[in-house]
Design a protein around this ligand. Structure first.
Ligand code: PXP
Length: 244
């Protein structure tokens, strides 16, 4: 089955906030995350991903609500496991949420959620989302313990963190692919949908062909960077072509 592409448009909001964070209602505020979603979908994105962080450094609540209102493609809301974000998710009503760890200092999501040692709060969040018809993905490191904990808690999906794979050099690349392979097989056997995300780009995506069972890639930074040269529609189209 073809692997689906979820396009993360957070960085469009990052650029807007760089100038307009203190002028949220300015008619000049640009670029528009919503327009980026339209372009991504035109380029062949299968879903849109946005992350509303606790510090609102890029996506704002109103972005999430507007994008939800205007696009009919599946929406994946990445969020920390907090009461504030759970209540936002219930307002936005995305098809999926992806639970991620969050620390204020990090530049981006730097490690997977430690599901195994946060079972109670993660389990509560999963149940609350599922009760409202929202599917849950857990963003985890490709470790057996984390995959098994995700399955035990009843999540529908895991997103394996590909950051270590993306940053690996030389012989470490094969080792990271092996880690992903092992985690993907265990996840699939446990009945989980297995996705991947973080640091995937136009070069390293080919190497992920060696890993079975991936259903969806979530890609942000590399596509937005490419979009600066060729435009968003074309950048997404090129990534889709590599995936085929
Ligand atoms: N998946 C998750 C859970 C993320 O937090 C991020 C980064 O926001 C991505 C995927 C996309 O990573 P990148 O921007 O490196 O493609």
């Amino acid at each position: 089955m073809a692997i689906l592409l979820g396009v993360n448009v957070d960085h469009v909001a990052t650029l807007r906030q760089a100038r307009y964070a203190l002028l949220p209602n300015s008619p000049n505020a640009e670029p528009s995350p919503l327009e980026a979603c339209y372009d991504a979908l035109e380029g062949g994105a299968d879903s849109i991903t946005i992350h509303v962080r606790a510090d609102r450094r890029h996506m704002q609540d109103r972005d999430a609500l507007l994008i939800r209102e205007k696009i009919s493609a599946p929406l994946n809301l990445e969020m920390g496991v907090t009461d504030e974000m759970m209540s936002l998710a219930l307002q936005v009503r995305p098809e999926f949420v992806c639970l991620v760890p969050e620390t204020r200092e990090e530049v981006t999501t730097e490690g997977g959620l430690d599901v195994a040692s946060r079972r109670r709060e993660v389990g509560n969040c999963i149940r609350m989302m599922q009760k409202e018809g929202i599917k849950v993905s857990l963003f985890i490191d490709p470790d057996q313990t984390q995959v098994e904990a995700a399955a035990e808690l009843g999540a529908e999906m895991v997103e394996l963190h590909t950051g270590c794979f993306a940053n690996a050099i030389g012989g470490d690349v094969a080792a990271e692919i092996e880690r992903l392979h092992h985690a993907a097989v265990i996840g699939h056997q446990a009945g989980l949908q297995v996705n991947a995300g973080h640091g995937i780009n136009y070069q390293n995506i080919r190497l992920l062909d060696a890993v079975p069972h991936f259903a969806e890639y979530n890609i942000g930074h590399s596509i937005i960077a490419r979009a600066m040269r060729v435009g968003m529609v074309q950048a997404v189209r090129e990534m889709k072509m590599l995936m085929q």
